[in-house]
Write a protein of this length. Sequence first.
Length: 256
Amino acid sequence: MLPESIKDEINLIINHQHYYEKISKWNIKTSMLYKTQTIKAIFHGDSGTGKTLCARYIDSALNKDMFQACPDAIFQRWVGESEKFARKLFTDYKKILEIDPDNAPILFIDEADSLFARRVAVNQKSDFTLNTVINIFLEELEACKGIVLCCTNLMNENHIDSAFLRRFNFKIKFELPNPAERVRIFQSHLGNAPLSPEINLEKICAKYTFSGGQIAKITERCVLLAAVEDSNMIKEKHIIKAFESELNCLNRSGYK
């Protein structure tokens, strides 16, 4: 359940791969985007808003595998190891591109803010290592000619170096769903589960602000509550209890 504006951007990424040869003949000089199959996109927004899901949708639509980078594997405790692993990530990906560029996997970087952080003043060895790794990623991301998709929950100048943002062809923001969208997401997850006629989903979904990912968990919980109670349908009390349970887990207010 995505806004049309995001669907349009996702379709542009997919269609670029189908039409880049035609576009390249126009000899656009402003970007590598129009000369090769290169795509660099960053999806940003709250957790559970569909960023990773969209990355996997693009992967499926283009019939490609996914070459996933793990930030935890990059930063190591030993001197020089982090820099080595950062280089190795792109070196390995380049080798795959060279073998079969048309069928190469998508390089997927989740939690990209941990790798694209702002450079800092060097006061200790760890600061120097961080800056070195960031510079490696800046250099390698600039030169990379494959499809790079990144996801982050944090997208501002306090978390991501602005030099990274200039390297992305697509910067797509994923918003929390509005009340009407929350109703549709909830209904889509329910499938054929019977609802009590007393339930006013519009009222409930207007009261609680959750992401699509959180609503999926809430739906699972309210279905389980009804099943455990041996009810032949989902009742309003099951839905309210599931929403409140998720709210308590997050330890934040979901009321408007």
